[in-house]
Ligand binder design. Sequence first.
Ligand code: ATR
Length: 273
Amino acid sequence: MNQRFAVIGNPIAHSLSPIIHQCFAKQVNVRLTYEKIKGEDSTFEQQVSDFFTVDGKGLNVTVPFKQRAFVMAQHCSARCTKAGAANTLWMEANQLHADNTDGVGFIRDLHRYISVENKRVLMLGAGGAARGIVYPILENHPAELIIANRTVAKAEAFQRAFPQTKCVNLHEVDGPFDLVINATSASLAGEFVTLPAECMSGKPFCYDLSYKQNESTAFVQYARGLGCQAVDGLGMLVEQAAESFFIWHGIMPETEEVLELLRTSMEPVKAKR
Ligand code: ATR
């Protein structure tokens, strides 16, 4: 019988997780089903528990439910606890287990292009996506990690939560940087993050956690327009999925061919994360 997996989030219609997990399953001869579940604000916890009651083996969680998934779980990995958010759930010994594979997925994809060690790093945004990758960045020993956020109160809250970082308002950032990461949700809304020009003066490598299939995000276009090398977050999406697959099946799939397939064969859709 096929094992049952799914991703829950809202919106969910354009999620690529079913395609990615089916590609991985084919590689290693595992038979599975992988559904998309539209999470509802009022019933998310019930939806998760129903999924596992009806033979669910593993559940990915995406925006905006990662923090609620973390709170629900009875057993969380160390990296999941540090992020305060979960994207991978499964049952073990009758307990709901949770992990967060976003950070490792981000670092694995980033390392295709640049290492973080001794780099001056600027991260834009202080929301859930930023929280998920801040420890994985710090563990890779940057020379400095500056967080810049549009809203001062959120930058201050982030500073309290992560004292190893330096949090400032977006217009106060002082460059140059080696690496600039866009962890805002601006691309999802089709908006643009305006940065002081000095931030980009050293032609930093630019990474946008959001992606658009067959089309560059506004941040990637902006960075390339300034002569910087820039990539979107599709590689991170595939890498975090691979780590979830490993947790559930005990086998690490190949990611390059799946990433290539997604980059070349999909129709353009709206910006996603
Ligand atoms: P996510 O889980 O996607 O990170 P979030 O927790 O709502 O979503 O956080 C969104 C982040 O993107 C915030 O840091 C937000 O900045 P504010 O705190 O000022 O709201 C940032 N953001 C969204 N749109 C932005 C824009 N157009 N310019 C700059 N920052 C933006």
